[in-house]
Design a protein around this ligand. Structure first.
Ligand SMILES: [Zn+2]
Length: 288
């Protein structure tokens, strides 16, 4: 987008921020499930229901498109057999419309890269649906996958040899108060930030659209945005089941609470919070 010609520069004042590239994004909803609010975060009501969703985020940028997470994929029913029987009652999902199916129907048949917030089953399910994509994750998450790991990581999703894994190291550039970051395109429009705790290599994605608005996708650090506002962890049984390092997860939640207080216009988006997703809208709607 071209800005109108500027006839005169102000003599004083801070240098203008660089204009972000024409980044836009869309939420691809692949599935939803209802649960009790009290199960979604500590402090939620046990008399109110809430919806949790599985989404992929499609990011479009002049230098190339990518997905942040893939939602539930075509093979989720077969993959879910990797969940131990004792753990299955704690996890469920509704009817699935895979991201690959939605993208193909819209003529978007090639996704060059997928970045994972983390490698849990409900985020990595669709990797095998995108054999053309490089799959990127943090070095800590790659190491996590190479070690014995939790019930929420499925061999059927991460073992296929066709998956083209890549890992990245952080730069020392501080962003939003986080000491490390990774600027995907080098223009500040899509920046990965470390959010350790839920898994060792969990990351968030900070997007700045052409309008200048900022959106922070925070994976599973919390399941509901109220948990950031109230600085609360997941319900304790859920946290014990899914958060690899509970104290570290709580430190990350406190960091996100601080970020929200210091940046009230920043929209923080948990991976599963349907209420936040609904307010943004879904593919093929793009946020610009
Ligand atoms: Zn998770």
């Amino acid at each position: 987008m071209l800005a109108p010609a500027v006839m005169a520069q102000p003599a004083l004042g801070p240098a203008p921020a660089p204009t972000p590239a024409a980044l836009e994004f869309s939420l691809i909803k692949t599935s939803e499930v209802s649960t009790l609010e009290g199960l979604s975060y500590s402090g939620g009501s046990y008399f109110a229901s809430t919806r949790l969703q599985h989404i992929a985020v499609l990011v479009r940028h002049p230098q190339g498109d990518f997905l942040f997470d893939g939602g539930l994929g075509k093979n989720i029913d077969a993959q879910f057999k990797d969940m131990p029987l004792w753990a299955r009652p704690f996890f469920s999902y509704g009817p699935v419309t895979p991201a690959r199916q939605q993208l193909d129907a819209a003529g978007l048949t090639r996704i060059p890269r997928i970045f994972l917030s983390h490698a849990h089953w409900d985020h990595a399910s669709a990797l095998v649906d995108f054999p053309e994509a490089e799959v990127w994750l943090s070095e800590a998450e790659k190491a996590y996958l190479a070690s014995p790991h939790a019930v929420s990581v499925f061999p059927s999703q991460i073992a296929p040899p066709a998956i083209r894994w890549h890992s990245y190291a952080w730069s020392d550039k501080a962003v939003l108060g986080f000491s490390h970051s990774l600027d995907i395109f080098g223009d500040g429009s899509a920046v990965l930030l470390p959010l350790p705790g839920h898994t060792p290599g969990s990351v968030g994605l900070l997007l700045t659209t052409a309008s200048g608005r900022q959106y922070f996708f925070i994976g599973d650090s919390v399941w509901k945005s109220r948990a950031i506002v109230e600085e609360k962890p997941k319900m304790w049984i859920a946290s014990a089941l899914v958060d690899e390092d509970q104290p570290r997860t709580m430190e990350t939640i406190s960091s996100l609470h601080r970020v929200q207080q210091q940046n009230p216009l920043l929209l923080i988006i948990p991976a599963h919070d349907a209420q936040v997703h609904d307010a943004i809208g879904y593919f093929p709607h793009f946020v610009k």
